[in-house]
Design a protein around this ligand. Sequence first.
Ligand code: 5MM
Length: 342
Amino acid sequence: MNLDELNKVALAMVAPGRGILAADESSGTIKKRFDAIGVESTADSRRDYREMLFRSTDAMKNNISGVILYDETIRQNAKDGTPLVKLIEQAGSLPGIKVDMGAKALPFCPGETITEGLDGLRERLAEYYKLGARFAKWRAVIDIGRGTPSYTSIKANAHALARYAALCQENQIVPIVEPEVLMDGDHDIERCFTVTEWALKTLYEELYYARVVLEGTILKPNMIVPGKKSNQKASVEEVAELTVRVLKACVPSAVPGIAFLSGGQSDEEATAHLDAINRIGGLPWNVTFSYGRALQAAPQKAWAGKAENVPTAQRAFAHRAHMNGLAALGEWKSDLEKKAAA
Ligand code: 5MM
């Protein structure tokens, strides 16, 4: 393992004003997204859609440091035969790959999941490196309910993340570790804080025992927000303060960067929260975005599967990437959104 190189890649992923495009939807998830815009999900339509994003020159060059791909996409060529990975590299961005095989039922823990995909991972990582991937992603899913999460699920998911991260580093790939505490429940913001703290403390203990070098990793956490089904409303400042508090308590400063997931927040909420977190300032890590829905919802809607909509959709993507790039610097203002809409 070349640690300097891993650290260089990790720092490039969270370079000032830039963040990660999570375009790693598995076939089931992208089908759901396409269903919502009336587009049939085929290998070609998925290719056309992702090619459109990766050819959005302004967004990619200015604000997208890396793209998380799905297994199908890392092997696909653009319509003119150029590998999609090359398009990403040509734009000065880093190709990455989702390597987990999804969250499966955790035995004896009703309603909870364990993320699978460790078997054969060493060999898959070696192949992905050859295909151009310089970082990877593994997502653990922690759902808050009555009496859950259990210790069993917190511990098993953190352990799997740590084993994944060690295998990545062995293969010269920067691991993004993503322990996502879902915002789906009816829990309040305090419970989100407590569960996230537990998940992060356990994760960093497991990473230590797995001998993972933190300087060659990136954390992809959720923000501290009330559950979607709770009636609680939290201000942007409260979300930012609690999120920074939990991260400071749990994430060692050796970690080069933190790139948040959006988790079902609206586009503008995800941007406003990231901006407020960065405005607090004095953080020991670079803090940016690794958004899926909050970067793609607008371009998906604008595209709707029609070639003539490509320029409008690319503008919508460039706008969200630009807004989030500003938020990563703590320089976003809500009137910039209105100006773009006018
Ligand atoms: C793009 O979505 C990723 C998950 O896809 P699957 O559920 O199909 O495996 C997901 O891990 C994503 O990278 C993160 O959750 C961030 O996306 P959001 O939409 O939460 O910003």
